[in-house]
Design a binder for this molecule. Structure first.
Ligand SMILES: [Zn+2]
Length: 192
């Protein structure tokens, strides 16, 4: 089991070795997911495991469990059993716990492909509400399940469109454009 204190990863020097930076990014994504979802019971996030046992990508998703701080966030891969605990996550930039009450509204579930979920995690200009939405994605047999109100989904779709339009990297632009189409189609299909 990997026991990590997130505060030890916050000031990595620019020349830190790749594996250390990759591990930091992995832990930061887990903290985002665990704090985007509810505290209490463990749940399967849409985050891929990222390990390559036997040089093949592990198909697992990361199951997260958060209790009230200062308890560590616990996580495990639902396929290969890789697991760990992360302390020192509270009030870091990756702590996405809500600071205000959620806006009430009918909640819809939209299932998106893994490639769309990955494109959403690449977005760089998200405000905390949209970032929380992206990291609250749950594992689903067909990819990832997004649970959102129409208003939240409209907000996120606008962010994707704006960032796609300002991206000079053609491949990334293409990924964001594809994500926009999926979200926009889901919005169109919703009974509003
Ligand atoms: Zn795994």
């Amino acid at each position: 089991m990997l026991i990590a204190d997130l505060t030890h990863f916050q000031d990595l020097p620019f020349d830190a070795p790749g594996p250390a930076r990759n591990l930091a990014a992995h832990l930061e994504r887990i903290v985002r997911a665990a704090t985007a979802g509810d505290a209490g019971d463990p749940w399967a996030s849409a985050l891929p495991c990222g390990r390559r046992p036997g040089r093949r990508p592990c198909p697992g998703r990361i199951v997260v469990q958060r209790r009230e701080p200062p308890a560590a966030i616990e996580w495990r891969c639902d396929a290969c059993g890789d697991d760990g605990a992360i302390s020192g996550w509270e009030d870091t930039p990756y702590d996405l716990r809500r600071r205000h009450l959620a806006v009430a509204g009918t909640v819809h579930e939209v299932v998106i492909g893994d490639h769309v979920a990955a494109a959403l995690r690449e977005l760089m200009l998200l405000d905390p509400d949209n970032e929380r939405l992206v990291y609250s994605l749950r594992a689903h047999p067909d990819g990832a399940a997004l649970t959102a109100t129409v208003r939240e989904l409209e907000d996120l779709t606008c962010c994707v469109a704006a960032e796609a339009n300002h991206d000079d990297n053609r491949r990334r632009h293409h990924r964001l454009d594809a994500a926009f189409t999926v979200l926009n189609d889901a919005l169109t299909a919703m009974d509003r």
